[in-house]
Design a protein around this ligand. Structure first.
Ligand code: GLU
Length: 341
């Protein structure tokens, strides 16, 4: 591999870090260390409505307790910083503008009431409303309106969003290290919002711009982000940037194997689903492995086996041994059942 390995763990500080998040961080860490690369922590806090006080500290403390320190991140080795997206706010608009100029994005002025109306109307006919090639010219945007009307709206300070213009009749061939090739018909994709008139980018735009600017070589993240891959790859193409390689880790399932592991499962079955204890503003505290008396080595050892196996009989690994043995090629596609007993 010619490129330096640079991977990132990019949590949103919306609450305590679930062990699924710790596993994502761990696999990024192991991959970086195995390839003499760099492990980066980036805080994705552009959605201020979901921001939870103390969550960023919790993330940092959890990584520290688990013994998987980051090389670059908030307040540490800030070569490509800042590493909090809220401190990078000023950066993103120019990239949205660039996509408008190149014809890959457009302004949309539809109000939420109008969009709600279309959604309800479609639903009543048993259909789903998707904002894309098949109806965008009938909606209120810079593709359907005259240039003058658009300028007037912008000058008047009307609310707008910037949407990606997803192409019609194309097949995308996406690659994932764990899942192989995935084909997507662009006709089923919607024109995702990239930028909002409050001056904030959405997750998609900020994530791609930052991965590019931070020279990320591999994106290793949970399977729940797989549906975003089509848009993300199209954004790299639209910007003319080289895309990183992608690996989507399998979901962590309930002990029964049915459905995603949740905090409630932990409460019900009496085991923590968080590395450290968490005291929410309201409600009961959530248990953590640390306070329950587990060694972090043991937690890391069982997390590594959630979706990965070394291909041998060996079951006990410390972090150094994991670094040696770890390989993304040995990560499974199928969901990993969480059974701490
Ligand atoms: N902010 C996203 C999260 O909360 C990051 C997803 C990604 O790694 O691209 O998991």
């Amino acid at each position: 591999m010619s490129k330096n390995v640079r991977v990132r763990f990019a949590p949103s500080p919306t609450g305590p870090l679930h062990i699924g998040g710790v596993r994502t961080a761990l696999f990024n860490y192991l991959y970086a260390k195995k390839h003499n690369g760099t492990f980066i922590l980036r805080i994705e806090d552009t959605d201020q409505t979901r921001y939870v006080e103390g969550a960023e500290d919790y993330i940092v403390n959890a990584l520290t307790w688990c013994n998987i320190p980051f090389d670059e991140g908030p307040d540490k080795n800030e070569k490509f910083g800042p590493y909090r997206q809220s401190e990078r706010k000023h950066l993103y608009k120019q990239y949205a503008d660039q996509l408008i100029a190149s014809g890959n994005a457009y302004y949309a002025f539809d109000t939420s009431e109008e969009l709600d109306y279309h959604r309800a109307d479609h639903e009543s006919k048993g259909k789903t409303f998707i904002y894309n090639w098949h109806n965008r010219l009938k909606l209120s945007n810079s593709l359907s309106l005259t240039e003058e009307a658009v300028q007037e709206k912008l000058k008047a300070g009307d609310d707008y969003v910037i949407r990606f213009k997803s192409p019609q009749d194309e097949t995308l061939h996406l690659k994932d290290i764990i899942r192989g090739e995935i084909k997507i018909d662009t006709n089923v994709l919607d024109d995702k919002v990239l930028f909002k008139s409050d001056g904030m980018p959405t997750y998609h735009l900020a994530n791609i711009v930052d991965d590019h600017l931070m020279e990320i070589s591999h994106v290793i993240r949970g399977e729940e982000w797989l549906p975003s891959l089509a848009l993300h790859m199209q954004l790299y193409t639209a910007f003319g940037w080289e895309a990183p390689q992608f690996a989507h880790l399998p979901l962590i399932l309930k002990p029964t194997g049915k459905g995603k592991l949740s905090k409630r499962d932990g409460d019900k079955l009496g085991f923590p689903v968080f590395p450290l204890e968490w005291h929410p503003e309201e409600g009961d505290p959530a248990k953590g492995y640390k306070e329950e008396g587990y060694f972090s080595d043991a937690v890391i050892n069982f997390l590594a086996f959630l979706g990965w196996n070394p291909g041998t009989e060996q079951e006990l690994f410390n972090i150094e041994a994991l670094t040696q043995a770890f390989d993304l090629e040995r990560v499974n596609k199928a969901g990993a059942r969480f059974d701490p007993r």
